[in-house]
Design a protein around this ligand. Structure first.
Ligand SMILES: Nc1ncnc2c1ncn2[C@@H]1O[C@H](COP(=O)(O)OP(=O)(O)OP(=O)(O)O)[C@@H](O)[C@H]1O
Ligand SMILES: [Mg+2]
Length: 273
């Protein structure tokens, strides 16, 4: 039978890069927090970025999401079927609009807004109504708002938070706050979802439901995931490919089985003790 799939580079195949950095470097004063990092996130896959404390993982996210302007190097997004987009130098909201969404190492929710409102804020990046529409609430704006509420509520249903839709975010158990932050990031309809230590502070049961959440997002949404995480059993069980950095430099990359046995990786982690 004929292969009807589009050629690579048009719609993109699973595993082709959707996000790529080349020579990414970030210098703070005299400190090279990132040094020449080449990393690729494969389309429709889960990729992990690991490394000891202070090795540059969060700095990597800050550089690709526009919070920091990298000192050197390139960040390129390859949206399926569209021309490549250089992200370096773009503002964070523009980068979100191009399809990168993230969560933070320390949860950043609007504590005094409800669960549904928190997700709606994520959804806003996909709404067309400008200031004019928002001020005068014309028909198109009201319709768009209704759609946004519907879409946000569906996300809550899909990811098991609908029964808490009207709770204030601050009243949620910690594990559900982590979950909500991820769902809010999904509301921006990302091509790439960046998770910075989503298991931090979770107990064993919560970490296990986080694992289910991450795998079900990968299965249900057309999204690629880049995961920073210290919980090795989580990383090893969900990732297709793992990158390891130490002192801002890549020291290893490969599938979980290779990384687990790599002497350079073991040494980097043991050196931490
Ligand atoms: N804005 C900044 N100014 C100066 N130094 C910074 C800045 N942000 C990060 N650093 C330094 O860069 C290095 C990497 O920090 P980063 O937060 O990226 O590490 P990390 O791998 O995320 O660590 P952890 O696992 O503890 O979260 C550290 O030495 C940190 O002190
Ligand atoms: Mg960090």
């Amino acid at each position: 039978m004929a292969d009807l799939r589009p050629a690579a580079g048009q719609a993109g195949h699973a595993g082709d890069p959707v996000l790529q950095t080349r020579g990414l470097s970030m210098v703070f004063g005299g400190l090279e927090a990132l040094n020449n990092v080449d990393l690729e996130v494969g389309r429709d896959t889960i990729t992990a970025l690991i490394g000891p404390n202070g090795s540059g993982k969060t700095t990597f996210f800050n550089c690709i999401t526009g919070i920091y302007r990298p000192t050197r190097g390139q960040v390129t997004l390859f949206p399926a079927g569209l021309p490549a987009i250089g992200l370096k130098g773009l503002a964070p909201d523009v980068i979100t609009h191009h399809g990168l969404a993230r969560t933070f190492q320390n949860i950043r929710l609007f504590n005094n807004l409800t669960v549904l409102e928190n997700v709606l804020i994520g959804r806003h990046t996909r709404m067309k109504a400008g200031l004019w529409g928002a001020l005068f609430r014309d028909r198109a704006t009201r319709r768009e708002e209704r759609e946004a509420i519907g879409h946000s509520f569906e996300l809550l249903v899909s990811y098991g938070l609908d029964h808490m839709a009207n709770e204030l975010a601050k009243n949620l158990p910690y594990g559900d706050q982590r979950r909500l932050e991820i769902v809010r990031a999904l509301a921006t309809e990302p091509r790439v979802l960046l998770l910075d230590e989503p298991a931090a502070g979770l107990n064993i049961g919560e970490t296990s439901s986080l694992r289910d959440l991450i795998t079900s997002i990968r299965e249900r949404e057309r999204v690629s995931i880049l995961l920073i995480e210290h919980d090795m059993s989580l990383v090893m069980s969900v990732s297709r490919k793992i990158y390891v950095i130490d002192y801002g430099r890549l020291i290893a990359q490969g599938p979980p089985d290779e990384i687990r046995r790599d002497p350079k990786v073991i040494k980097a982690y043991l050196g931490e003790e």
